[in-house]
Structures are given as structure tokens and as C-alpha cells.
Ligand binder design. Structure first.
Ligand code: CO
Length: 497
């Protein structure tokens, strides 16, 4: 799939690599404090907790990890209580983290290329996996869970962030099972929907739907041919939608101790991307194809008669981590840009039409939670500052999918952003089920920004309807937070302070 973006050959001066690099430092200290440096006004109706997850540790025993995705999960909680915000961060005390803390050295290979010291002999045939619990954190049915897609969830104490242990969801999951890091909440049926990948000659996709008390309401298992690297899915009232990217896995270099598993994935541009529509209540899956692309994240999807629309962030090819490359010296301009595409499926004619909506690189798309799976108008993303060049994410972008209008605020040159989280205005539920039936723009956007000017991170709050007006509040932390992955906001306010 070829995008409409052009990539200039020379890097422009709207950011400096050394500034970006400041957000790749480990955060060793675990903190607890009320944030006292606030510019602007914290919206009084914001009540609840923003939980965020991401790699907190980027080196161990003086050795850098090969890739941030291999870093141990660290949870941050921003709790909004009566116009004040309390901050806390804790490492997930996974078995691997505890063991490596005690040894102060890397004991496990990482999926994205981190190796134990001692060369390939030390890594030869070592296929033990460290559950790093670093990708997402969700609050649902009175449980706070840290998720990593290749293993079981870790349950945390939602007040203290202390680790309670692995959680098998009341016996649903076996010790070797997985649980994806991208659950979606169906706002109509008030269900949490998630999947699990089981590799094999055929890849099995397990689909689970839970009610508000974690009772399993639906469970389906589908098998698709070949290897599948699936990080996220899209949800409509009828379907769970999966993109099978055209990648192959050659595990030999991994088994020989030469490469991480993700470095053994190769992209085949001659093969199509397969779009699988799995009926949520059982039945026969449908498969349509589109030109090769690689998708990590979907923004949203919806049905209109026989047509299904899916908005996704697509790369021309798999942005593969190269062996031996120092991720802190990554050449952004040389990587494939991540772009917003609209993919429309005509189920009657079995046709797929895809359009790139913007030449600006973007990632971490989100929408108002009431519009998940429904026809919608606005998507919010972390985006590049420059309209065409692939670069670090420095801006918050809202795109109007009807008019094409963009509403943007950039933190360039010194600011680097994380995933935006949408919080509907009004009274929120504890589980991401929102009582308010306001307008689609009626909400707040929360975003953590690393600012190289003071080498600290800040939580910024935007009115979702007026991004280009800038943040309504900026809360300054006393330290930085390494670039994170995903988070959720809940009405949960219990705080041990
Ligand atoms: Co993700």
C-alpha cells in the first residue's frame, strides 16, 4: 500500500534528537505526591483516575535494552479529587522484574531484541518469556489489570498500585495462555471485549466478552491460516475485526540466540493484508483483502447496511527493529510513516476501498467512548509537528472525518507527546461506561508530555472541542516519565492518601 506522503530526505530543525532522547531514560524512583505546580484550571468535573502503563526501565545493570518495548511495565496513576491531582507510580512486580531487581542484571531475553550478556551462546535456545506487563492498564469490574499481549494479566491494587499477582480471570486462562493488551468496551451492551492469540500452524484467535462483573458472556474461537502478528482489533455491534498483516516468522535466528523474536519477522509486500470479520456471536468468519500494509492500531469501526468502515493507522511495511541498532539513535525520517487510513468494506460486492486521509504521521488514535463501534465524526491522535515528515510525536491532533478539518496543538520543538485519552464531560462510571449522553466533542483530552526544556513530564488537559486553543491546564511533575504506551481513565477515585 503506497501512501500519499512524501518523505523529505533531510531532517528539519523542529526537534533535536538529544531532546527526544531525554524521554528514553529510565525512571527508577517510585513516587507519591500531590501535584502542586499547576498552570490554568483543572476542570472541576474531572473526577477519577487516569491510569497509564509503559516501559519504565530502559536499562538494567548498566546495559541498555535493545528496544523500549522490552522495558518492564511501570504504572502511573493521576487521581483527580476536588480540583487537585495526586500522582503515584509503581513498577509491576512481575516474577521477571523481581528476579532481575535482585540480580541487577538482564536474566531474560526480550521479544524486541534485548539479549542476556554473554553473546549468542548465553542466549542459545533460551525461549523463556518474561511477562513484562507493560502495554495497557485497565480498570473493569473492580479489577485493575496490567496487560501485555503475550502472557496473563497482572492484577494490581487500584489504590496503592501494589502487585497482587497473575490473574487468570476466574480460571478462564491457563498459565501459558495470553490476553491481548487492547480490550475494547462496547458502550451499548456494557461489555469488555478482548482477544487472545494462540500461535500454531494455524493461528487461533480466542474472543471473549465480559459483563461488568467479569462474567463471561460470549466466547468464540476462530482459526486462521498461517502466522499472525495482531496487536489490536476493531469492534462493531456485529463483528470483531482483525488485520492479519502480511508478515512471516522465521524463528531460527531467535532459537540460535542471534535475534529477538520480533526481529525474525519479515514483511512480504507481495502478499495482501487480510481483514478478518469474526462474528461476535459465532458463525463463519469472512475474509477480505487489501494491498500490503502493517497496522498496530485501529481508531474505530462501524457498520452501515452492507458497508463496514474501519479507520486505522497503517505503515507501508513492518517498522522492524534492526539487530544491533541503538534505538536512541533511530533515524525517524528513514522509518515508514504511520498514517491514518479509512478502509471501507462492501460486503455485498466483497470489495475493499482504502484511502489515506492525511500525510501527517500519527499514532495512538482514540475516540469518545460512546461512539466506539458507531458512526462517528472525530478522531484524536498523537501526531507529528510537520505535515509530511516522519518524526517523533509532538502534537495533539483532532481530525473531523466529515469535513477533513484539523484542529491541532503542537508542543514542538521541546515537547514530545504520548497517547491522548478522551474523558467525557459529566459524571463518569467506574468502568469506562459513561452516563453522559452529550455531544461527541463534549469531553477532555488528557495527555502526558515530556518537555526537554525542563527535562520533566507534564500532564496537559485540553477541551476536546478546542484543541488549537491549547491546554486548559498544565500540571508539572517533579520528574520525567519515560515515553509510555496506553492508558485508561475511570471514575475510580479511591486513594490511599
Ligand atoms: Co497498542
Amino acid at each position: 500500500m503506497t501512501s500519499t506522503a512524501s518523505t523529505p530526505s533531510s531532517q528539519r530543525s523542529f526537534y533535536a534528537m538529544e531532546d527526544w532522547r531525554g524521554g528514553t531514560r529510565s525512571l527508577l524512583e517510585e513516587q507519591d505526591y500531590w501535584i502542586d505546580q499547576v498552570e490554568g484550571t483543572i476542570p472541576p468535573d474531572l473526577r477519577g483516575t487516569l491510569f497509564r502503563n509503559g516501559p519504565g526501565l530502559l536499562d538494567r545493570g548498566g546495559i541498555s535494552l535493545a528496544h523500549p518495548f522490552d522495558g518492564d511495565g511501570m504504572i502511573c496513576a493521576f487521581t483527580f479529587v476536588e480540583g487537585r491531582v495526586h500522582f503515584r507510580n509503581r513498577y509491576v512486580q512481575t516474577a521477571g522484574y523481581v528476579a532481575e531487581e535482585a540480580a541487577n542484571k538482564i536474566l531474560y531475553r526480550g521479544v524486541f531484541g534485548t539479549q542476556k550478556s554473554g553473546g549468542c551462546l548465553a542466549n542459545f535456545l533460551d525461549t523463556r518469556i518474561k511477562n513484562i506487563a507493560n502495554t495497557q492498564v485497565i480498570y473493569w469490574g473492580d479489577k485493575l489489570l496490567a496487560l501485555w499481549e503475550a502472557a496473563l494479566p497482572y492484577r494490581l491494587d487500584s489504590s496503592t498500585l501494589g502487585t497482587l499477582g497473575l490473574d487468570n480471570l476466574d480460571g478462564l486462562l491457563q498459565p501459558k495462555d495470553t490476553f491481548a493488551a487492547h480490550p475494547r468496551i462496547d458502550p451499548q451492551r456494557q461489555r469488555l471485549v478482548n482477544f487472545a492469540i494462540q500461535p500454531g500452524p494455524k493461528t487461533k484467535i480466542h474472543l471473549y466478552e465480559f459483563d461488568l462483573s467479569w462474567q463471561l458472556i460470549e466466547q468464540q474461537t476462530y482459526a486462521i491460516p498461517g502466522f499472525a502478528f495482531i496487536h489490536d482489533f476493531a469492534l462493531t455491534p456485529t463483528y470483531a475485526i482483525f488485520f492479519q498483516n502480511p508478515v512471516r516468522l522465521n524463528p531460527i535466528p531467535y532459537l540460535l540466540g542471534l535475534r529477538g523474536a520480533a526481529q525474525c519477522i519479515s514483511f512480504n509486500p507481495q502478499q495482501p493484508t487480510r481483514i478478518w470479520l469474526m462474528p461476535r456471536n459465532g458463525g463463519t468468519p469472512q475474509c477480505l483483502t487489501m494491498p500490503a500494509c502493517f497496522v498496530f492500531h485501529h481508531a474505530n469501526a462501524y457498520e452501515e447496511g452492507n458497508q463496514i468502515t474501519i479507520d486505522s493507522i497503517a505503515y507501508d511495511h513492518f517498522p522492524s527493529p534492526e539487530p544491533g541498532m541503538d534505538f536512541r539513535n533511530v533515524n525517524f525520517a528513514a522509518l515508514p510513516p504511520s498514517l491514518l487510513w479509512r478502509i471501507q468494506l462492501n460486503l455485498e460486492k466483497q470489495r475493499v476501498q482504502q484511502n489515506c486521509l492525511d500525510s501527517r504521521c500519527c499514532e495512538f488514535p482514540t475516540v469518545h467512548p460512546h461512539w466506539v463501534g458507531q458512526p462517528y465524526r472525530y478522531v484524536y491522535m498523537a501526531a507529528g509537528h510537520d505535515p509530511v515528515e516522519n518524526a517523533p510525536l509532538q502534537a495533539l491532533l483532532r481530525r473531523d472525518l466529515i469535513t477533513g478539518e484539523e484542529d491541532i496543538w503542537s508542543f514542538a520543538p521541546k515537547g514530545f507527546v504520548s497517547e491522548p485519552v478522551f474523558v467525557p464531560k459529566g459524571i463518569g462510571g467506574q468502568d469506562g461506561i459513561w452516563a453522559s449522553q452529550g455531544d461527541e466533542e463534549d469531553g477532555w483530552i488528557l495527555q502526558v508530555v515530556y518537555d526537554a526544556a525542563d527535562e520533566k513530564s507534564h500532564l496537559v488537559i485540553f477541551d476536546a472541542a478546542k484543541i488549537s486553543a491549547g491546554p486548559v491546564a498544565r500540571l508539572s511533575l517533579r520528574h520525567h516519565i519515560p515515553y509510555g504506551l496506553h492508558g485508561t481513565f475511570t471514575g475510580f477515585v479511591k486513594n490511599s492518601q
